[in-house]
Design a binder for this molecule. Sequence first.
Ligand SMILES: *[C@@H]1O[C@H](CO)[C@@H](O)[C@H](O)[C@H]1NC(C)=O
Ligand SMILES: *[C@@H]1O[C@H](CO)[C@@H](O)[C@H](O)[C@H]1NC(C)=O
Ligand SMILES: *[C@@H]1O[C@H](CO)[C@@H](O)[C@H](O)[C@H]1NC(C)=O
Length: 421
Amino acid sequence: MNLCSYSQKMKPYTSIVHTIFLLLAGLKLLSAQETYYCGGKPADVYFLLDSSTSIWFVDFAKQIKFVENMIELFEVAPNKTRIGLGTFSNSFYPQFSFKDYTNKTQVIGALKSIRQNYGGTNTAKAIKEMREREFNPLGARQDVAHIAIILTDGKSWSLSKTAEEAKIAKEKGVYMFAVGIGSNVDLKELKGIASESNKKESQFVFHVENFDALDSIKEILAIQTCEVVPNDQYRCGASGQADMIFLLDRLVMAPSRIQLIKDFIARTADLLDMGPNNPVRIGVFTDCPDSEDIYLNDHNDKYSFIKELKVTKDKSRIHTLRRVHRVGFSKNNGARTEARKLVILFVDSPLIDAKKVLLEAMKMKLSDIEIFVVTIGNEYLEKEMSRLASRKVKEHTIRVPSYSELNDSVANFVNLICESK
Ligand SMILES: *[C@@H]1O[C@H](CO)[C@@H](O)[C@H](O)[C@H]1NC(C)=O
Ligand SMILES: *[C@@H]1O[C@H](CO)[C@@H](O)[C@H](O)[C@H]1NC(C)=O
Ligand SMILES: *[C@@H]1O[C@H](CO)[C@@H](O)[C@H](O)[C@H]1NC(C)=O
């Protein structure tokens, strides 16, 4: 059974699972012609079709036919599945948006009038414009699954730009399915586009040998489309509630780096739900609260001044950890009993006063506070970090090679903190 060949060689058990999957899909079709996939579960599904010159017009028509056949599997309605579609070559050509049509007949009618545009393969631009134009709060519904199905027959102009834009779309909660058609497809690119691209075998990558084979994947693609859950909000705890506090070591780190860390925190917050029910609460503690400021009249000799200056610096992280523990996670300051408690530390050098810091961290962990460590660069000490982070160290640390790459680690970080429990 070669209905969909994945980019990687399938392990035996995987193919068995898929076979069963396909059998079930077949049964579903046979036994219940009337029921559509997803049981009416709502989703906004966008098709992005390659319209470049390399596609023979007959094959372009086959892509359209494929979309039509797939749409047959969904229940199209304003409250159920809504369909949007765009084509791309050098540019992105929006054809219709989620809101444009309210039933299947209309959508299928609209498919008939789509023309091939011809030109190169600027997939990055198409993904970017699709995200900005269609998957924005006005275009797509909140709280339903956001899905993009991208069909392509070749290589885009820039593998890295394509992956970069795909990553942003995924960070914004769009599930990305990549369907490669023919032998010219760059499998690396498909993986870069698709969700779960960090997994060895992404369930979001499909590769078929030619345009005629497209139809063979429509059921499994439809099923997998229905499997995804709305990604607008990450659930970050069993109760769905998480209280997280980030530590900013302003005394230790250069202002430019602090800014990059702040951007990182801001983008993390952007991905989490701090909405009306406040499943997630976020705090930031710095190592220079007012109480540790040194006032002009605090010292009348340089020796005591220098001493305090040193003490403040040396003990900063210990003090901050202690304050987070006692003040940050106190009820009065917004901590909730049933919420997960998380502390996130950024580390770019060996710990100062490591023993005391680790002791303070230990006390927190004994109080059921989870400690996550984001290490930046290579100048930290591996052993210290693994003792600082909560147990199951791999699930509580993330390594970022340099400050400039911090920005790109946001999605991985959010996945880490929201899936580890
Ligand atoms: C959508 O569903 C809601 C609640 O189920 C219903 O009140 C509303 O009329 C529906 N709207 C449409 C356009 O079907
Ligand atoms: C689809 O919607 C259009 C416009 O609202 C309407 O004229 C048409 O009758 C609908 N078709 C079906 C099958 O519901
Ligand atoms: C981080 O990445 C986002 C999305 O790519 C971008 O909008 C933002 O400007 C970047 N920030 C920095 C500091 O590079």
